[in-house]
Design a protein around this ligand. Structure first.
Ligand SMILES: Nc1ncnc2c1ncn2[C@@H]1O[C@H](COP(=O)(O)OP(=O)(O)OP(=O)(O)O)[C@@H](O)[C@H]1O
Length: 600
């Protein structure tokens, strides 16, 4: 948002984008609420007829019936209109949440890494709630309140122009006060939402490193950090409440002042015979009636300022870059319960024929640097990973091994050079197809809350029990399965905390293997395994490398001794390539690594 004017347009366009798909119910609700208010407007006129009838000593039965009918019908229309608008507002919030979640899930990896997850959660949950308030309270209230205000003013003009002039002065004064208050309300709302986001981020930080926090004894520090954000949210909330009540009180006061002034001036005019008492009663009823639309307009403007703050925060997420990944359309709200949850990875499985021949990967002069780093992570890296067989990437910490894998997965894009998979530049591969061909086990493996089956078949929703059990056997996870009573559907706890590090690694390997990828990328998968399990996984890797291309990153050279090709990376370039015996002879760095690990 470069200029306020641009921000303004953007904000209004966002509201209109949210509302447009629901304009039918919105218009219907608006019409019902307006009709209800119009019936309310007619009530003083009916009251005037009733009083005139009483004064003239005529029968009032008809006027009484009309007045009662008006009251009942207005209440009915109000009820139905309110229900409709609240339902539509929920639908707008649903659209907002879905849109935001879909956008978040499609973010590029670097874009997501720059965000605090706790703040994102606050935006999805809290800011979309405010969106609902804009839709329910602000828009319709602005419309009906505005129309009713104009209607009341027009009818007041019909009743008595002089008294209208008196009322108008008070109303104009009120508008000026509101003009001064609204920017304060908006900035307090924005800061309040930001503080809630900061609180979420601070809490997420503490919960995400819970055991580290406990072990470091930093509960008090973390509590203070979260407390500071909570306190900031409180202060801004109080400030919002203060300006909101100033707005509400000014409006109420203005109406009362108008009422008293009209009573005084009108009383004098009645006494002088300039207007009948029925006209004064009607006018006073209109002034009293003004309270509702004026309060509506003040409330709507206040919510609009708060909602605008939320929209600003949603727009910030919308502006983050996403990957070109199609997600299936969301279910209609009415049918949501009936629609089965689409298992994650199903979309990819749809495009990818499981299995297939081993893939070849070629890096041609690839340069890559992370955005916030001066030093490039890869410098003109040229490398060929032949189809089939085991290729190992070794080298000192920070030499760029993980970055090579991230580039193959297209989590990040090279700034120079190109990468080819089966002779086709990665940029030409549809992203879902590319990723479906690859099995990737990252360094910090993720175990998701859910069952063992959900975890292992995460990328392969169609896998049979037999296939899952087989891959569990291969990765020596059958002991874990036994511990779970042989039940694939037994839950493993949130974030996999009930699993050992080695089990988590093997679950991730099992997940990748079940996919039968054409290219398997393994980043430090043996780092947390004991010698027996490492040897077993080494065998698995060798076995898999007979039918697929396997690239392993390993500090433990024992894992890669049998690799057909070992690439030694240093400072983002391949300093040498060869087999273990070759490299021990020809590459001093490799020889020293091997010597450190007693492998020569
Ligand atoms: N997301 C990131 N943002 C900024 N810099 C990064 C990021 N990821 C890695 N780096 C930096 O890029 C360089 C290469 O990192 P990379 O993770 O590829 O090394 P590595 O060889 O896999 O290291 P290790 O063996 O310790 O895992 C390092 O200097 C690292 O600090």
């Amino acid at each position: 948002m470069s200029t306020p004017a641009a921000g303004e347009r953007h904000w209004l366009r966002m509201i209109s984008d949210y509302v447009r798909p629901h304009r039918g119910p919105f218009v219907a609700a608006g019409v019902l609420l307006l009709a209800s208010s119009l019936l309310g407007l007619a009530q003083p006129l009916a009251a005037k007829a009733l009083i005139d009838g009483l004064t003239a000593g005529q029968g009032v039965g008809g006027a009484l019936a009309v007045l009662t009918g008006l009251v009942l019908l207005a209440a009915l229309l109000l009820g139905v209109g309110n229900y409709l608008i609240l339902r539509t507002a929920e639908a707008v919030a649903l659209d907002g949440r879905r849109g935001l979640v879909r956008h978040l899930l499609r973010l590029t990896v670097p874009a997501l890494q720059r965000q605090a997850p706790g703040d994102l959660l606050a935006r999805v949950a809290g800011d979309t709630m405010l969106l609902r308030q804009i839709a329910s309270q602000s828009l319709i209230d602005l419309f009906t309140g505005g129309v009713m205000l104009l209607g009341a003013v027009a009818l007041m003009a019909v009743v008595d122009l002089a008294l209208l002039g008196v009322t108008a002065i008070v109303v104009v004064l009120l508008v000026v006060i509101m003009g001064l208050l609204m920017p304060r309300i908006r900035s307090a709302a924005l800061r309040s939402q930001e503080s809630v986001g900061e609180m979420g981020a601070a809490l997420e930080r503490a919960l995400g490193a819970f055991t580290t926090m406990k072990a470091s004894g930093t509960e008090a520090t973390e509590a203070a950090r979260i407390d500071a954000a909570a306190l900031a949210a409180y202060r801004q909330g109080v400030s919002l409440a203060r300006w909101g009540s100033v707005a509400g009180t000014s409006a109420g006061l203005a109406i009362q002042v108008a009422f008293l002034v009209v009573l005084g001036v009108g009383g004098a005019r009645v006494a002088s015979g300039a207007m009948p008492v029925s006209a004064l009663v009607a006018f006073l009823l209109y002034v009293a009636y003004l309270t509702h639309p004026v309060m509506q307009l003040i409330g709507a403007s206040t919510y609009l300022q708060i909602g605008r703050a939320a929209l600003t925060r949603i727009a910030e997420i919308d502006a983050l870059p996403t990957e070109p990944i199609d997600l299936p359309p969301a279910a209609e709200p009415a049918g949501a319960a009936a629609v089965a949850v689409v298992p994650a990875g199903a979309a990819a499985a749809g495009v990818h024929e499981r299995g297939g021949g081993p893939a070849e990967v070629v890096f041609e002069g690839v340069c890559f640097g992370y955005p916030d780093r001066d030093e490039p992570a890869l410098r003109e890296l040229t490398l060929r990973v032949p189809a089939g067989g085991l290729t190992a990437l070794v080298g000192p910490s920070g030499s760029g091994k993980t970055t090579v894998l991230a580039l193959i997965e297209r989590f990040v894009e090279p700034q120079q050079g190109r990468i080819l998979l089966d002779g086709r530049p990665l940029a030409d591969w549809p992203l879902t197809e590319l990723r479906a061909a690859i099995g990737y086990v990252e360094q910090d493996v993720a175990v998701l809350a859910g069952t063992l089956r959900e975890n292992v078949a995460y990328a392969t929703p169609g896998a049979t029990d037999e296939e899952i059990r087989e891959v569990l056997q291969t990765t020596r996870l059958h002991t874990l399965l036994d511990r779970l009573g042989g039940d694939l559907d037994a839950p493993i706890r949130h974030r996999g905390l009930s699993l050992s590090g080695g089990e988590r690694q093997r679950i991730a390997v099992a997940r990748a293997l079940l996919r039968r990828p054409r290219l398997l990328l393994l980043d430090e998968v043996t780092s947390q395994l004991d010698a027996a399990n490492e040897a077993a996984l080494r065998e698995v890797i060798q076995e898999v490398s007979r039918r697929t291309t396997v690239v392993v990153v390993a500090h433990r050279l024992s894992t890669v001794l049998a690799a057909e090709q070992i690439v030694v990376l240093e400072n983002g370039t391949a300093r040498s390539v060869g087999s273990h015996p070759d490299l021990v002879r020809t590459d001093a760095l490799y020889a020293s690594l091997a010597a450190e690990q007693a492998l020569v």
